[in-house]
Design a protein around this ligand. Structure first.
Ligand SMILES: [Zn+2]
Ligand SMILES: [Zn+2]
Length: 255
């Protein structure tokens, strides 16, 4: 499979960031300004169009809709003819001329796609910065000095996955009920970790992350506990039981 070069990756990252922010159009001009800011590089129209084509083609290869559909020529309010020519070549539409109905169809495919984490994983982007800080990367190593095994955090770090998980399941810890907004106020309301439920041993190469089924919002304390098992991770049930058992125990001690 043809990979994307540095410039194409930067542009794909800009487009993906829009998707994560639920912004479904960005003008060619805006992209050029952002590229200048990111890499201090003055990109030509030709390079931009070629890159957008390469990105669409790449998306198609990994079974995603052509994300370049959100990149529009501000004069005509939709992508330029190169986009439609390329989509035609990829078999995504019947004709290679600029068409409103093709545009609307591909745009809605893009809006409805729930698998953008695939592109995010490929790009290994650090686009999470202005979303939330929710990684466990800064944790202390355990007492034996070996780094804690955070086996599944590829998925847990994905901004796209996180967003979809929270949309479906909310921002309260599904183990203990902790909610940042309730304790620290509205400014902290969107803080929460997400945990990938499926154990590493069960993840094969073909495992596709379903952000809703496979991820669960948990508070940093519960998340720390989940990942504190010697080999592997505790299940959600195990941690819930831990809390319940401990409550029962301390209640019995007090009576
Ligand atoms: Zn919790
Ligand atoms: Zn986790």
């Amino acid at each position: 499979m043809k990979k994307l070069n540095k410039l194409q990756k930067d542009i794909a990252g800009i487009l993906l960031k829009c998707i994560i922010d639920e912004k479904y159009t960005i003008s060619y001009k805006e992209i050029k300004v952002k590229i200048k800011r990111i890499s201090n590089y003055e990109i030509t129209d030709r390079e931009l169009w070629d890159s957008l084509g390469a990105i669409s083609t790449f998306c198609d290869k990994i079974s995603l809709p052509p994300i370049s559909v959100i990149a529009i020529n501000e004069k005509i309010g939709c992508p330029g003819e190169g986009f439609f020519k390329n989509c035609h070549k990829l078999g995504l539409c019947d004709s290679d001329i600029i068409s409103n109905s093709v545009y609307n169809k591909l745009l809605s495919d893009t809006k409805n796609c729930t698998e953008w984490y695939k592109l995010e994983e490929y790009l290994q982007l650090d686009i999470t910065g202005d979303l939330e800080d929710y990684t466990l990367n800064d944790r202390e190593p355990d007492s034996e000095g070996k780094p804690l095994p955070i086996s599944t955090n590829v998925y847990e770090r994905s901004a796209y996955n996180r967003r979809e998980c929270i949309k479906a399941k909310g921002t309260s810890c599904l183990i203990c009920g902790f909610n940042f907004g309730e304790i620290y106020g509205a400014a902290m309301a969107n803080k929460i970790h997400v945990h990938h439920i499926i154990p590493l041993s069960e993840i094969g190469d073909e495992h596709k992350v379903d952000p809703v089924k496979d991820l669960i919002p948990v508070c940093p304390n519960c998340h720390y506990v989940i990942h504190s098992k010697k080999d592997g991770v505790y299940t959600i049930e195990e941690v819930k039981n831990m809390i319940a058992d401990n409550k029962r125990r301390s209640k019995n001690e007090n009576t």
